[in-house]
Design a protein around this ligand. Sequence first.
Ligand code: 4AD
Ligand code: MG
Length: 439
Amino acid sequence: MEQTYIEDIAHKVGEEVLICGWLYNRRESGKIQFLLIRDGTGVIQAVVTKADGEAFEKALRLTQESSLKVRGTVREDARAPGGYELQIKDIEIVQRVEEKYPIDLKEHGPAFLLDHRHLWIRTPRQTAILRLRHEVMQAIRDFFNERGFIATEAPILTPSACEGTTTLFEVNYFDEKAYLSQSGQLYLEATAMALGRVYWIGPAFRAEKSKTRKHLTEFWMAEAEVAFFDHEQNLKLQEELVKYVIGRCLQKRARELKELGRQTESLERAVAEPFARITYAESLEIINELLKERIASGEVEKLNWGDDFGAPHEEALGQHFGRPVFVEFFPAKMKAFYMEPKPDNPDLVLAADLIAPEGYGEIIGGSQRISDINLLKQRLKDFGLPEEPYQWYIDLRKYGGVPHSGFGLGVERLTTWIAGLEHLRETIPFPRMIYRLKP
Ligand code: 4AD
Ligand code: MG
């Protein structure tokens, strides 16, 4: 008999099906047992009574997370979790768990759960988050593919920095030093000059030494790069992408969002309304005004020209606007070496960060890239970077340089916001953070 997945159970009412999965929980009351079975697509309640004979005896032996195959008939039952119930005919135990399963159904602390992440990911809440992540990833791919972008790749082992030298992971590369990529951007600029419009979703590595809710040392970024594309077009593309991804999750993952207890008003608003847009200069005024009491009491730092936002500053902005807000035109010194200056004020750059509402912080960083070769060389110098490893990158300005722009979207940041989570670490199967390399 072919396996039926629990997510398809609504189409099978009255039929006999085979469910293959794991025992999530078992309750018994005298002559009847209720098994909660999960299969990765959902959870279903299965019922077996003493009159069922052998199946009842087998069910009695089932322990949490034992793997099993269950044959039974699907019934609609409003009282059952999920609205359907399986009347068991037959049970095959694939592997009975002999030891007590480490994660029981009571509360565990975060350290314990993270140590058991390989098992923690089986719980309904975690599977809902990981299915949401899948939807985010898939929606990003669909968005770019529908628009004619070419999916490409960038190397992970690189000879030089993209996003500053303070967060580089160094590795031995035979007789040379290499670094794990902080961003595929520089390579995507090259492929954009070959293919016009490119994107990828790839891992990024940053030796982030701070312990925050928003930083992983290994995370996934969706990056796009477009030739003959300016700052304005760049922001428009980003807004369309974020709206598309959120819209898709609202439409296709309503069950997961409900399971996570997510109130979706702010997501619906992000899809329906234009994103807000302010300059960096304006953002300082707005933030300092919004936080003036906490600044006066010394609880929060006042922002001065050139300061990066901290978590409270991003939270204040997010709360103030209630929808995503682009902050644009940062001082060149604050940002990376490759950003195009603003024509009417070369101390600023044609860059923007997209800040999510509800305290979720920066989800996108993007910019127009320098297209002038001499300016690029000057910037490398200003930033104390050697020219040699960037020679190929400089070449892009020598051979048919064009204005071009792109951005990087943090997949875990966006997923955290959509799911409404406290911490980024639950949105990736195996999070890597300063004190966490295992499992
Ligand atoms: O703003 P960032 O550093 O921009 C870049 O790396 C550009 N080179 C991207 C580009 O233009 N192609 O990073 C982009 C996004 C951030 O907005 C944030 O969402 C996410 O990546 N991000 C992180 N996510 C999790 N943990 C970290 N340590 C992150 N650092 C950045
Ligand atoms: Mg950034």
